[in-house]
Each structure stands twice: as structure tokens, then as C-alpha cells.
Design a protein around this ligand. Sequence first.
Ligand SMILES: [Fe+2]
Length: 310
Amino acid sequence: MGLHRLTSITLGVPDVVASTAFFRDFGLSDQTSSTQGSAHLATRDGGGQVELVGAPTRRLIRLGVGAQHGDDLARIADRAASSPYAEIIDSTPDLLAVREAATGLRVEVTVAPPYAAPPVEHTFNRPGADPERIDVPAASVLAAEPVQPSNLTHVVYGTPDQPATLAFFTDVIGFEISDQVPGIIAFTRCGPVHHNLAIQAAAVAYPHHIAFEVDDIDDVVRGGQAMVDTDPDRHMWGVGRHAIGSNWFWYLREPGGTFVEYTADIDRISEQDKYRPKDWQGHEFLYSFGPPPPLEFLEPADMADLIAQS
Ligand SMILES: [Fe+2]
């Protein structure tokens, strides 16, 4: 696979100032390139990964995907040229921009370096094993600095034509399916992380949620707690652990309505033929343990507005 990660997104939001304040509190940092009416925010290890622009309702405008080599872009361009699901809208030696036909989403593939994440020291004391931490408390107990998300790790995207959008990402861009509930949602990846893009059937194209990877479960809890301590209405769902992908989660609600997730310890997949996905049934795929999902997580409160504005 020549793809290896997500690079960035452009998210349309009704109130750029309010959404920018949310993402700053979430742990993203300002980029100097912010301009009037838009904002650019950075993760700790991925750089400027989030662009916010004004829009009547929340929407996913652009998704960036990182490839290892320029040859990867040429292969995608060849597939796009003969696909009913894709339209090439820009092509240079360093960038290939393709429009996904079912929703109009702009997908930009660029040659990008891997994340340069620093090693994380996380010690556990467990029964039957030599102690890993002696005479000191856990680092997270004394941590005073705010949580800084490492990287943009996945997006869950609703589409009114789920088979077509899925075919675009698998047959044209080159994503692989990790797990799916056929016709409802497919968890796909563009690198070793279990899912970078989940494509779900919906009445209208919209971003259900975007997720940022943090170092460990401690940071999921510390980050989520700090967000709801500042504004309890931000809480959406968590803390819990998903079944598909195994990742820890705590979901918040940003002012535009998109859910934003702290996540950690998601599955990695090395080779497709060594990976054995379980046959998921019904709603069991949603989570393994934690509180039950709120109805709004499954049926966003602004869905009627999103349909009316589409
Ligand atoms: Fe997620």
C-alpha cells in the first residue's frame, strides 16, 4: 500500500470563531497562516492538519491523504480517469486532487512524511508481572500540562450513496476495508491504523465525527474531563472502548455539531492476509464497554437542518 496516513481535513462550520475556540481547548495549536474567515490548527506530531472555513452547515469539504511516493499519485490518477466515481480536478507532481462523485468531497493525495511521534513512556503494574513503576506515582496523576493530540487519525463520513463512496475510496484512492457492517458502515484504512475513514450510510453527506489520537487512555480521560469541566454541554459519549478497532474513546461536540473524539490504543494491521476480522452483528460493533451511546450519537440532532441545506 502506497498510502500511509491521513494528512489533513477542511471542515466547514457555521461559526469559525466558536469552533476555533473549541479546537484550541481540545489541544490543537494555532497556525500562523490563519486568515480572515478561516483558521488553521495543528496537532502535536502532524502539523497543520485542521482547516476551518465558514459554511451554512457543517460539512466535510476536503480530505487529505498521504502517499509514500509520487508513483502512488500516478497510479491513483490512472484509476480515477476510468472510474465513474471520480473526477480529477487538479494534478501536479506533488498533488492529486480528485472529486468523489456521490458527495462532491475533494480528496487530495500528496507525498507526505510519516508522523514523527516521540516515544511515550507508559508504565503498568500488573499482577504476576515485574513492577514497571516503583516508588513513584503514575505520570498522569501529576501531569499538569493540557493534553496535546498527536495526530488526526480518523474521520467518519456519512454519505447518501454508501456503496458508491466506498467504491471510490477502495477502487480509486486505494483504501482497504478492515471491518464492515455491509450496507451500513465500512471501516477503511490508508495505512497500518485499523481505520482512517469510516463510510456510513446517511440521508445526506456530512461529517459524523473526526478523531485525534492521544498517547494513552490516561490522556483520553484527562482530555475529555478538561473539556467537560470547561463546558458540560460538550460531552457526547464516553469514556468507553470500541469493539471494532479496540480504541478507547471520549466524544465531544464542537459548536458546529460535528463530534470530535479523543482516542487511543487503536488496533494496527500489518498485512491483510494475517488479519482476521470478526463477523460483527447489529449494534455490537459500536462499543465493547462503557456507557451506552446517546441517541444523538446515532441520530444527530441537526440532521433535518443538514438535509434541508443540502
Ligand atoms: Fe471514532
